[in-house]
Design a protein around this ligand. Structure first.
Ligand code: F3S
Length: 644
């Protein structure tokens, strides 16, 4: 049968099962990546699993999120990760080396392999033809310990690209255009596979920008073929040995196909507060701009920043605009220094930040109240930038750069400079910021006072009798559940401290309600838990004794995180039942284990309003077994040797 590239890679790395849509399979994980914000928890979990050494080909721990060290907490966490990396043989990337996905693309990505990362933008690796999946931290810890990952074979959505991008239109405009068509839910349940003659019009870093924001489409991952353009990238990175060809067969039968003609795409903008709130730049051109931020794992490559430097060359940033730029890696900075582009950026009035996530995660550069901030990032959820009353607009680096000069949102379409950037024959590839396993001598794992044990659950009870402690609307993000700002980021390894801020953007006293009621149940709307892979959005509710979340639908990674934590994710069968249930209702769920074993349908009694309704557990047999055991760690501990 003719195969998609997705199915080819899954088959190549198959450990258990059959690669057939909807089937549960276990695959070999070749690489993992973590960042520090999710990483502390991942390595605590790895320590709980306690393998002799990691079972992947290699794993990398990046320090890129919490790089501000205004207290001891972040520094302690970095030291913990560094020492545990030495124990298990994980490569450690120091703060300042770069943003995990950009750096991983440059230094470690490989076509035809499977990468699992504890960050939702791990699909960036799809730009070189890898299956790169963002997963919960525990899945990544298990992949390191056992070398495998279990997933349901997704459907494949083919985006067939034709035509050629117009001058100053870039990959960011392409993915924003696709978000306009498909929305933040359009990729759910799919791997998005790019094919067609248009693929050859895109460089590897262009492709990576597109696969990066496949996360915003809700897709499991996104992937491009690995072709001559990919090979050229590997040669320039000095990694030709890591290259292998990957092309789809002819006449593949995809689950869905979308045709996009690149020639039709114009500059796009995602308006506040959702990455799919898309418009043509020209429809709101002239909007006054206060801040422009260029960088993030979406748009911080050498080519992106060279285009920005070309636009800013000899010009001045508008007096009313603060322009900040975070290059994607220390090697990108090094190349910009060598060719003089950094000079051009600084001479224009741009502030050069450390090579890290920085403003993307609200780590500095929060805009002023009511500011309009143009960002080349991938998310613009309310408050994520650190200022609740600010409007974040997502644009391409080209639109960002010209707008920084003009002081108003401006289309780059009429720029008269040449947009073609030629790549250096060899990229800079310094290893100074990496600590490789054979270079380390630490004997003891460092655990500062900020690092607290993570919560674990008991086995699932057959009956739950609890109060509805919160009812939410649609599209609740992991940011809403467990806010992540510069103040809270240092506490990623301290769940008790974080619990005081759970759902803080929605209500003030969620933790108090849970403490008063000895836990409870949450009611969610559609797409509950969208956004980042943040495992803390499940671990903190677990700490607060939340037993179940009943929602209209769940975002993929968050649902997996709830299951891994031992919290039941249940889906309403009727929207009327969602509308009818109220906060503070007492509900009883009986016969849970029997019902899960027999049909996946569970009946709930609303004791306060005196009626019954049915909900569904939409998961695999293995998911149920994990829930029965009270979460993934317990499940693995009770697993017989040799099982996956
Ligand atoms: Fe970092 Fe933002 Fe990407 S936090 S990993 S730059 S989405």
């Amino acid at each position: 049968m003719n195969k998609s590239i997705t199915y080819k890679i899954l088959e190549k790395n198959l450990v258990k099962g059959t690669v057939k849509q909807g089937q549960e399979i276990t695959v070999k994980v070749n690489q993992t990546l973590t960042q520090d914000s999710t990483g502390t928890m991942v390595y605590l979990q790895l320590e709980a699993l306690s393998p002799n050494k990691i079972a992947t080909d290699f794993s990398v721990a990046y320090i890129d999120h919490n790089t501000l060290q205004t207290g001891f907490e972040n520094a302690d966490d970095h030291e913990f990760i560094k020492t545990i990396c030495a124990k298990y043989g994980v490569i450690y990337s120091k703060a300042g080396n770069g943003i995990c996905h950009q750096l991983n693309l440059e230094r470690f990505s490989k076509p035809n392999t499977i990468l699992l990362g504890s960050d939702s933008h791990t699909p960036t690796g799809g730009g070189v033809g890898a299956i790169a999946i963002g997963a919960g931290g525990l899945d990544v810890a298990v992949a390191m310990a056992k070398g495998t990952y279990t997933l349901i074979v997704p459907k494949v959505l083919n985006i067939n690209l034709s035509g050629k991008l117009n001058k100053w239109i870039s990959a960011k405009d392409v993915i924003l255009y696709i978000l306009k068509i498909l929305t933040v839910k359009g990729g759910v349940g799919y791997v998005i596979e790019y094919t067609g003659s248009g693929v050859k019009e895109l460089s590897v870093t262009d492709r990576a920008t597109i696969t990066n924001m496949g996360a915003e489409l809700g897709a499991t991952t996104s992937i491009f073929p690995s072709d001559e353009i990919t090979k050229d990238y590997f040669v320039r990175q000095g990694r030709e040995h890591d290259f292998s060809m990957l092309v789809e067969d002819e006449n593949v039968l995809y689950d869905k196909t979308l045709d996009i003609n690149l020639s039709n795409i114009t500059p796009q903008v995602a308006k506040p507060h959702s990455p799919d709130n898309i418009d043509d730049v020209k429809s709101i051109e002239g909007l006054k701009v206060d801040q422009v931020a260029i960088g993030s794992c979406t748009n911080s490559s050498y080519t992106d920043l060279m285009k920005v430097a070309r636009i800013l060359k000899g010009k001045k940033v508008h007096p009313d605009v603060s322009l900040v730029i975070s290059p994607g890696s220390s090697n990108v900075i090094s190349m910009l220094i060598k060719n003089g582009a950094l000079n051009e950026l600084i001479n224009s009035g741009a502030r050069i930040l450390e090579s890290a996530c920085g403003p993307c995660i609200g780590m500095g550069q929060a805009p002023k109240t009511n500011a309009i901030s143009l960002r080349t990032f991938n998310r613009n959820f309310e408050g994520r930038c650190g200022t609740k009353k600010a409007g974040v607009y997502l644009v391409s680096p080209e639109t960002a750069a010209i707008s920084a000069i003009k002081g108003i949102l401006t289309s780059p379409k009429n720029l008269d400079t040449d947009p073609n950037i030629s790549l250096p024959e060899k990229f800079d590839v310094s290893d100074s910021f990496f600590i490789f396993p054979n270079q380390t001598k630490y004997k003891k794992i460092f655990m500062g006072p900020n690092i607290k044990p993570f919560p674990l659950k008991e086995k699932l009870q057959n009956s739950i009798d609890k109060k509805i402690v919160l009812k939410t609307g649609d599209n609740i993000t992991t940011d809403d559940i467990m806010p992540s700002n510069a103040k809270l980021l240092p506490f990623r390894s301290n769940v008790p401290e974080l619990s005081k801020y759970c759902f803080k953007t929605i209500i003030d006293d969620f933790n108090v309600r849970c403490e008063k009621n000895n836990g409870g149940i949450i009611i969610g709307g559609d797409n509950y838990g969208q956004g980042s892979s943040r495992e803390h959005a499940a671990l903190v509710p677990l700490y607060l004794k939340i037993e179940a979340v009943i929602a209209l639908s769940f975002a993929r990674i968050h649902k997996a995180n709830l299951i891994n934590s031992g919290i039941l994710p249940l889906v309403f069968l009727s929207k009327d039942d969602y509308l009818k249930i109220n906060e503070n209702d007492d509900i009883k769920i009986e016969n849970i284990i029997n019902d899960l074993n027999s049909s996946s349908k569970i009946t709930i009694t609303n004791l306060t309003q005196n009626y019954k309704f049915d909900v569904l557990f939409d998961g695999s047999k293995r998911d149920k077994e994990i829930l029965f055991e009270g979460g993934y760690i317990n499940y693995l501990k009770n697993m017989k040797e040799g099982e996956n």
